[in-house]
Ligand binder design. Structure first.
Ligand code: GLN
Length: 199
């Protein structure tokens, strides 16, 4: 697939590397024209307030909205999730509402700004960096992974969101889920790297 990575600010390079390693073409997206012919899109982590300003400056909101509305797969991680959530607090911030979740920013507190963990369900590695927490999920949102009982990987239709940074682990499952060709639900048994399903 031809996957765009919004490349205004934040962790876009590493996402491009992972996308390539999974056999996709990676396109850095910085203008409206860059949205053409994309099959999927990644909204990376970083600083969501800065990203929002840059989206406004480069007039990309309509392109993003159209992409989401077209049903094409979007993977939004951390700050990306904050951009696409229904509502955002701590502090409050405008968001696009591509997925019916309410998130609080920087919500693990200063003591544990950044940390690594495993999902409750299995061996999915999680890297949190000043991560948001998903405080509410709408009824059409599937929770694909949790940490300490809280949703950390969620999906509604074509929009898959992680509160963590999947690009910083060597685990491709999140990408496979987001850019799957089948509509299989859930994390398929956390098969080891390289085993089974291709992206
Ligand atoms: N704390 C950042 C924000 O509010 C998100 C952090 C991240 O993307 N790693 O935008």
């Amino acid at each position: 697939m031809r996957i765009g990575i919004l490349a205004l600010q934040g962790a876009f390079e590493k996402h491009a590397e992972v996308a390539r390693s999974l056999g996709h073409e990676a396109v850095l997206v910085r203008s409206k024209a860059d949205f053409e012919d994309l099959d999927g899109l990644i909204l990376p982590g970083g600083e969501s307030t800065v990203q929002l300003k840059l989206i406004d400056r480069f007039d990309l909101e309509w392109s993003l909205t159209r992409f989401a509305a077209a049903g094409k797969p979007i993977l939004a991680t951390c700050a990306g999730l904050i951009l696409v959530a229904r509502t955002v607090t701590q502090p409050e911030q405008r968001s696009f509402g591509f997925i019916d979740v309410h998130v609080a920013r920087n919500a693990w507190g200063r003591q544990i700004d950044s940390f690594e963990a495993k999902a409750d369900e299995g061996n999915l590695p999680l890297v949190f960096i000043r991560a948001p927490r998903i405080l509410e999920v709408g009824e059409d949102v599937e929770v694909l992974a949790r940490f300490r009982g809280e949703p950390v990987l969620v999906r509604q239709g074509n929009v898959t969101c992680a509160t963590f940074h999947p690009e910083l682990t060597n685990d491709p499952h999140v990408y496979r889920l987001a850019f799957r060709r089948s509509s299989a639900k859930g994390l398929p048994g956390f098969a080891p790297l390289g085993a089974g399903a291709s992206a």
